[in-house]
Design a protein around this ligand. Structure first.
Ligand SMILES: Nc1ncnc2c1ncn2[C@@H]1O[C@H](COP(=O)(O)OP(=O)(O)OP(=O)(O)O)[C@@H](O)[C@H]1O
Ligand SMILES: [Mg+2]
Length: 448
């Protein structure tokens, strides 16, 4: 059981900020996934919490124990943080049996008051006042029995790793990590070596494991599907910067910005460029070769008020950055943050477009594929560009002039390539983003 708190944690190598000013709380018993593109700082974040990497600045606590504090020179070594790891290359010892692999770490425990309690769990004396003790053979056996039952590998205890399937090896690795009773379990892409079917199975087992151990799980992945399905909360990172830290469905439906909207969801969200003007408490929009529509929200939309608020936040952020830059020891970030290069899908993407100066009348409409509704009386005409039926649903690409939209249609409908279809944009979870800064302004509905 553990609650983890990071306060203004930064890790940089010279001017390269792998993690920049990260503050977050991982609640006790949470299953948090760290998600983001390759190189965004996920592993570094995990390693800092675990004690395998020293932050440049900041503070980290696990439960009430400060494990790192740059201001006070505290840095508790990894083996004293009572955390467990599971890495992508979980390398089991090839010359040891399953039992020996799992027991290995237990044999190395040499702590104050170390013993196995009546629930077959390792306990140590947190005050450190009891005499240092090692676990007995019998105690080790009891713990190994318990954890191997959790991951269902009891029939294989005498086998060697080479005599196990990939999934079974993975489970041995999990059991080995669970054995010493870590308060937190860190996993860094632990399923990436497995084939698609086994991954799915292991995901479900990890979810069960999370329930049955009651531990806090921090899980790194760059697979958004894995992050969505497993997590109680998703932490999305880009270029070392936290983008959003919320429940999976909030991240899916209410992404903070274009980056998050694009990263989460499969097939990916449709981005549609639009120009618009405020009309009462709605927004008149023009998009997709002259289609006209209105965007409205439940509470009414006030673009000027949104920008006024957003400008204030931006000014505060800038002032903070300038203040930080004046402090001694400040190092400029060389891996600059760039606006997210959102992608507009088109049939012909090669022909360059006339340059467009972005103003505050420019927007991006974000439409998840399930909200593109195909129906006879849909207001927009398109043509089926490609159709991919899976049986349960069909993913369609529909061309509207040169633009391509992705739609997901549920059920076993058949579409012919080249077929004319009519479509509309349905529901009230259509997202409106500022094209100027990529941030989400509101969710609402589009009437055409
Ligand atoms: N020792 C180091 N010295 C300099 N730069 C480093 C060092 N270790 C990592 N980095 C850089 O820090 C950034 C973050 O690395 P990290 O391993 O945390 O990425 P990641 O999000 O886990 O990516 P991936 O999905 O590819 O595993 C990367 O750009 C990496 O090149
Ligand atoms: Mg990594």
């Amino acid at each position: 059981m553990a609650r983890i708190e990071l306060t203004h944690v930064t890790k940089r190598w010279n001017g390269f900020y792998a993690v920049e000013d990260l503050s977050m709380v991982i609640e006790d018993n949470a299953f948090v996934t760290l998600l983001g593109p390759s190189g965004c700082g996920k592993t570094t974040t995990l390693r800092m919490i675990a004690g395998l990497e020293t932050p440049t600045t900041g503070k980290i606590t696990i439960d009430d124990m400060v494990v790192f504090d740059s201001d006070n020179g505290i840095n508790i070594p990894a083996n004293k943080r009572r955390v467990g790891f599971l890495f992508q290359n979980y390398a089991l010892w090839p010359n040891m049996t399953v039992f020996q692999n799992i027991a290995f770490g237990l044999g190395n425990i040499k702590e104050s008051g170390a013993h196995v309690n009546d629930k077959d769990e390792v306990e140590i004396d947190p005050t450190g006042k009891s005499p240092v003790r090692k676990l007995t053979k019998n105690e080790i056996k009891r713990v190994v029995d318990r954890v191997s039952a959790i991951v269902k590998i009891k029939p294989f205890m005498d086998r060697y790793p080479s005599e196990l399937s990939g999934g079974q090896q993975q489970r041995v690795a999990i059991a080995r990590t669970l054995a010493p009773g870590p308060r937190v379990l860190f996993m860094d892409e632990p399923l990436s070596n497995l084939d698609a079917k086994l991954r799915l199975e292991m995901r479900s087992e990890l979810q069960r494991l999370h329930l049955s151990t009651g531990s806090t799980f921090v899980y790194v992945t760059h697979d958004q599907m894995e992050a969505m399905t497993l997590a109680t909360r998703i932490c999305l990172i880009d270029n070392g910067l936290l983008q959003q830290y919320e429940e999976p469905l909030t991240v899916y439906n209410r992404p903070n910005n274009l980056f998050v909207a694009d990263f989460v969801g499969n097939p990916a969200i449709n981005f549609i460029e639009a120009s618009g003007t405020q009309n009462g408490d709605k927004l008149n929009l023009e998009f997709l070769n002259g289609t006209k529509g209105t965007f409205s929200t439940q509470g009414g939309l006030d673009i000027d008020a949104w920008y006024a608020e957003d400008d204030k936040k931006e000014a505060a952020r800038k002032a903070k950055a300038e203040e930080a830059a004046r402090k001694p020891g400040y190092v400029e970030k060389t891996n600059k943050d760039h606006p997210f290069p959102y992608h507009i899908a088109k049939i012909d993407e090669i022909t360059a477009e006339a340059a467009h100066t972005v103003t505050r009348n420019d927007y991006i409409i974000g439409v998840r594929p399930e909200f593109i509704h195909i129906s006879e009386n849909g207001p927009i005409e398109g043509e089926v560009f490609s159709a991919m039926p899976t049986g349960m649903e069909t993913t369609l690409k529909i061309s509207i002039g040169n633009f391509l939209l992705t739609a997901v249609v549920f059920g076993g409908m058949t579409y012919k390539i080249g077929e004319k279809v009519r479509l509309g944009i349905g529901g009230d979870n259509i997202m409106l983003f500022s094209r100027e800064n990529g941030r989400r302004i509101a969710n609402g509905s589009v009437t055409i």
